[in-house]
Design a protein around this ligand. Structure first.
Ligand code: FAD
Ligand code: NAI
Length: 329
């Protein structure tokens, strides 16, 4: 390597972690900033007395050979395990089992075990929301956070946040700002539940094509999870848009009723319930950008919205941003 850079990465989700690892492994010095307490972004889990509950991404699939190769190392390190639930589909007419040969993977013992593993050896500044970028006296980048503190300077910046949160960070480059502004991201509600006694159903996962739900999983059927019979329900974007400001208790009540309807059983009162609203759950359209760059400014952009809303795509986008920064294809 001829030249090493000081690089800021904004966002510690899968895309930012992927970029950070690729750049660090190539000898660059990276610092990741995230507004949250921990890493993982939308690949999030909540630790509760009822077990570890995955509130964001539920599982992932692996199709790209580079991603599959990285996945193998994560499995070898014990960060990820296979999950083969009894999978159902609920449509207008019926609930039916829909087994397939698609291998699905989860972080173990919780989704964030993967982001925690990927963060090993990297520098991260948490609970720091970056509000804007400014040029330093020597034409490098400084990051200004929402408390007014200035971080840097850095030679290069990689923005790895959802598109709407990237826009104010990209004002230095008209084309990057414009590209991110075009991307519409849709909301979603997630409801986690735990029951004292296991629900009387064979369902461990279900794609839902009717009503307000999109997905149901028996969280406790995933490898390494301990605790009570726990469930995670995810609304579809349409339902979430109609219920953006509905209070959490009401969201819980309505989505529980939908769960009972889908499974065709009476639900007991849960002993635990937690609702979370995602404002930027998934992009409305799939772009095929891979990653975006304004190399003349030292600005790079990645995230699932650059390639399609899946964990694998977020990882590939982060890797591509890193390769573009390093001048590789
Ligand atoms: P994110 O994970 O959103 O990371 C961006 C990070 O940037 C966040 O940590 C955020 O805190 C931080 N950030 C934002 N703005 C700032 C700022 N100004 N300053 C500092 N930090 C900032 N994918 C699958 O493959 N399988 C699934 O089953 C699946 N289910 C999903 C279910 C839900 C409810 C949701 C929401 C998503 C799901 N996805 C799923 C999609 C998957 O979670 C995403 O594709 C992937 O995690 C996106 O990673 P990312 O790094 O691009 O973005
Ligand atoms: P995948 O291959 O398991 O699923 C892709 C899609 O194919 C599913 O959404 C489902 O509609 C359909 N499907 C898959 N297997 C099926 C089966 N056996 N029977 C019937 N339909 C089946 O996983 P992939 O491609 O890795 O996608 C990731 C998942 O992440 C998707 O399910 C997607 O909906 C979900 N996601 C959810 C978000 C949210 O906000 N809730 C955001 C982004 C992704």
């Amino acid at each position: 390597m001829t030249q090493t850079f000081d690089i800021a990465i904004i966002g510690a989700g899968m895309a930012g972690l992927s970029a950070a690892r690729a750049l660090t492994e190539a000898g660059h010095k990276t610092v990741i900033f995230d507004k949250s307490r921990g890493s993982g972004g939308r690949m999030s889990s909540k630790r509760t007395e009822s077990g570890n509950l995955d509130m964001g991404a539920q599982y992932f699939t692996a199709r790209d050979p580079h991603f599959r190769s990285a996945l193998q190392t994560w499995i070898d390190r014990g960060w990820v395990a296979e999950w083969s639930p009894r999978l159902f589909v609920r449509n207008e007419d019926e609930l039916f089992e829909s087994s397939d040969d698609q291998q699905r993977y989860v972080g173990s013992p919780r989704m964030t075990s993967l982001s925690r593993g990927l963060l090993e050896g990297l520098d991260m500044v948490s609970k720091t929301r970056i509000e804007r970028l400014q040029q330093s006296d020597d034409d490098r980048w400084e990051l200004v956070d929402d408390a007014g503190a200035v971080h840097g300077p850095f030679d290069r910046v990689v923005v790895a946040t959802p598109a709407p949160q990237a826009v104010p960070l990209l004002t230095a480059s008209g084309h990057l700002e414009q590209a991110a502004s075009q991307v519409e991201m849709l909301p979603g509600w997630t409801l986690a539940l735990a029951f004292a006694e296991p629900l009387n159903t064979a369902v461990e996962a279900c794609f839902v094509r009717v009503g307000g739900l999109d997905w149901i999983s028996r969280n406790s059927s995933k490898p390494g999870r301990q605790g009570l019979d726990s469930w995670v329900l995810q609304s579809n974007p349409r339902w979430a848009m109609g219920n953006l400001d509905t209070d959490k208790a009401e969201v819980g009540k309505q989505l529980r009723a939908e769960l009972a309807e889908v499974l065709g059983i009476d639900l007991p009162e849960p002993v635990f319930e937690h609702a979370h609203r995602w404002l930027y759950a998934r992009s409305a359209d799939t772009c095929n950008w891979g990653a975006l760059a304004a190399p003349e400014k030292g600005l790079y952009v990645c995230g699932d919205w650059c390639l399609g809303g899946r964990i694998e795509n977020a990882w590939l986008s982060g890797r591509q941003a890193a390769q573009t920064l390093m001048g590789r294809k």
